[in-house]
Design a protein around this ligand. Structure first.
Ligand code: ADP
Length: 268
């Protein structure tokens, strides 16, 4: 299936007339879809057991402490805050996971319309600014043709994931720079940060489901490992591409490219 193969089930039955076999009937059934559905179901089961158990165990453990011991109000508040955060993480994980499942199964509906990427990106930056006071942001628009045929909400989700990562993986601050430009007949958007960067051996994997770079600097940074999978799926649905150039301790640049054919009008 990974190489887009078709899975067939074949039944063969001999045909007899007057006790003598005179032929064989073959029935071919395309079970590609069924096999894919089975694969996704078993993946869901293993995901539930691996990814959802950890936050749930945290919630249960803390709730048990609160129920079984008389605790000082400050301690109670601390535990309740932790429960709240774990439940929030669980909700984000489930939402991201459902998004990925829907997108991969081709069941995500897109509402296509002309979308100007400039206000989309600017809004994402405004929102991310609220969550940090150690990062500077810059948005540089170097082309007039910034409208594509797209789904506004999904594009917002795509750039939110990229800009949010840029902030999250720059724990010491720095500038998050966004650039819109045309190159080789495509509309490109760079999201650049001056953060931790990504080790070369991890680069081929970062768009995979649940993949997270494992090193001590990052362990404290929360996440689901699904953000970039969602980015990849949204970009694909828009007929585009996404890639990354990164150097450890220097920073990363994610580049999204949309095909020129999808650019519907020029903004003056
Ligand atoms: P997560 O929820 O872990 O952030 P993502 O799918 O968004 O999941 O990213 C996958 C991994 O790629 C992250 O765990 C992180 O290690 C790495 N990564 C993503 N964006 C950046 C970035 N801008 N700088 C450094 N590392 C990044």
């Amino acid at each position: 299936l990974k190489e887009n193969r078709i899975v067939m089930e074949v039944y063969a039955a001999p045909l007899y007339r007057g006790g003598a076999k005179f032929g064989t009937i073959f029935v071919h059934r395309d079970v590609t879809k069924q096999v894919e559905v089975d694969r996704m179901k078993s993946e869901l089961v293993s995901t539930v057991s691996h990814e959802l158990r950890t936050p749930l165990a945290g919630i249960l453990g803390l709730a048990e402490l609160l129920l079984n011991k008389p605790l000082a109000p400050e301690r109670q508040h601390k535990y309740l805050t932790a429960i709240y955060q774990e439940a929030e993480r669980l909700t984000a994980l489930i939402n991201d996971f459902l998004d990925v499942q829907r997108m991969e199964a081709g069941r995500q509906t897109y509402h296509w319309e002309p979308v100007d990427l400039v206000p989309v990106v600017e809004k994402v930056v405004e929102t991310e600014k609220l969550g940090t006071d150690i990062h500077a942001f810059s948005v540089s628009i170097e082309t007039k043709r910034t409208v594509i045929r797209g789904d506004r909400e999904r594009l917002r989700q795509l750039f939110t994931n990229l800009v949010h990562n840029a902030v999250k993986y720059s724990p010491d601050g720095g500038t998050v720079a966004i650039r819109l430009y045309e190159h080789s007949g495509r509309l490109c958007v760079d999201v650049r940060d001056e953060g931790l960067g990504i080790p070369a051996e991890a680069l081929p994997h970062i768009f995979e489901k649940f993949y997270r770079v494992d090193n001590s600097d990052r362990r404290r940074i929360g996440g689901t490992g699904l953000g970039l999978t969602i980015v990849k799926e949204i970009v694909k649905a828009h007929g585009g591409e996404v890639d990354v150039v990164s150097e450890e301790k220097k920073g990363s640049t994610f580049t999204v490219r949309f095909p020129m054919a999808s650019i519907t009008q020029e903004i003056n």
